[in-house]
Ligand binder design. Structure first.
Ligand code: ZN
Length: 345
């Protein structure tokens, strides 16, 4: 039985094992590896697909969002049915990935990443992959990974441009060395303001995956360079990065992103006419009970993962941990008001 399994394994991954950078020993290491992917949108789709097809042993997929039609352009894991059903991305991704490789061990975690849960989420990972689209979450990943001595791979895309770098605590500069502060909004290009080409998503996601394989197989030490690509210009260049002597994360070990905060974060999602409300301490909402309460006030659809509640011109998506996505406004105060009116505190 065991022999049969090994033969199947050899056949399935033979082309990858023929590549001298991986080899049979590298393949074995991939199969024993645990990778956590935070964010499963555009980059996350490319990363998850590649890791699962390549035979990485265990993959945890963490995402807070659900599939919408506008995602289908560049988030290659999802299809029209996922968007119609508003499936959580982590759940839809797991389902699809198991069809690609039924022997993969995949964990889908539908949650918002915050200071209270990030250390637990990354614990035990050999590598953490960045599939997010915002600096707040990347600082959390950076501080938790530097503190926990876990390598992680940063990636970002907008328009036709993107970049990535591998961060190995104690070896390379960390994200806070590269960007000591969140760049001001006018300098932050996002997919919602600059658009995005699928080809840059695939390019940067693939570079991140190659970096991940190098770390997992232990074949090559990371260069400590920021790789910057523009698929429209057809250019790809590496810039050597420097450590900052006064870095609050990798030098002073203060890890500012992990410091406790209270209450909720209320964030307008740029260009999407949407506000997200997240409680730092998860609330534990019983969806069926809340749905009954909401029914007289507006149209309510309940599933095991969430409630979709439509009232006036607003759409509220309510998750069991108390997180709410309010569509139809960019004003945090309007979103807060809707929250306290219909869900309460
Ligand atoms: Zn640093």
């Amino acid at each position: 039985m065991m022999k049969e399994k090994n033969l199947r394994h050899l056949k399935r991954y033979s082309r990858q094992m023929l590549f001298s950078g991986i080899g049979p020993e590298g393949q074995e290491r991939l199969s024993m590896s645990r990778v956590t992917l935070i964010g499963c949108g555009g980059l996350g789709s490319v990363i998850a697909t590649s890791l699962v097809r390549a035979g990485v042993g265990k993959i945890k997929i963490v995402d807070r969002d659900f599939v919408e039609e506008e995602n289908l352009l560049h988030q290659i894991l999802y299809d029209e049915e996922d968007a119609r059903k508003h499936l959580p991305k982590a759940t839809a991704a797991r389902r699809k990935l198991l069809r690609m490789n039924s022997s993969a061990s995949l964990e889908a975690v539908v949650t918002d990443v915050h200071y209270g849960n990030i250390e637990e989420i990354v614990a035990g990972s050999h590598v953490v992959m960045d599939g997010t689209d915002n600096f707040e979450t990347r600082y959390l990943m950076n501080d938790a990974c530097v503190k926990g001595n876990i390598p992680w791979i940063y990636g970002a895309v907008a328009g036709s441009r993107g970049m990535c770098t591998t961060i190995v605590p104690g070896v390379t500069p960390c994200l806070r060395c590269i960007f000591p502060q969140i760049p001001p909004p006018e300098h932050l290009h996002t997919c919602d303001t600059s658009g995005v080409l699928l080809s840059i998503v695939q390019t940067v996601g693939s570079l991140q995956v190659s970096e991940c394989f190098k770390l997992l197989t232990g074949r090559q030490t990371p260069s400590g360079e920021l790789i910057y690509c523009d698929v429209w210009e057809g250019t790809c260049v590496g810039t050597k990065l420097q450590r900052q002597e006064d870095c609050a994360s990798c030098q002073k070990e203060e890890y500012p992103a992990l410091k406790a905060r209270e209450g909720a974060s209320v964030t307008a999602l740029c260009g999407r006419n949407t506000v997200m409300i997240t409680y730092y301490e998860p609330k534990g909402i019983h969806l069926e009970t809340l749905a009954k309460k909401l029914e007289p006030a507006g149209r309510t659809e309940v599933s095991p993962d969430m409630i979709m509640f439509h009232v006036d011109t607003y759409h509220l998506v309510i998750f069991p941990d108390g997180r709410v996505i309010v569509k139809g406004t960019e004003d945090p105060n309007v979103a807060r008001a809707l929250y306290s009116k219909y869900i309460g505190n």
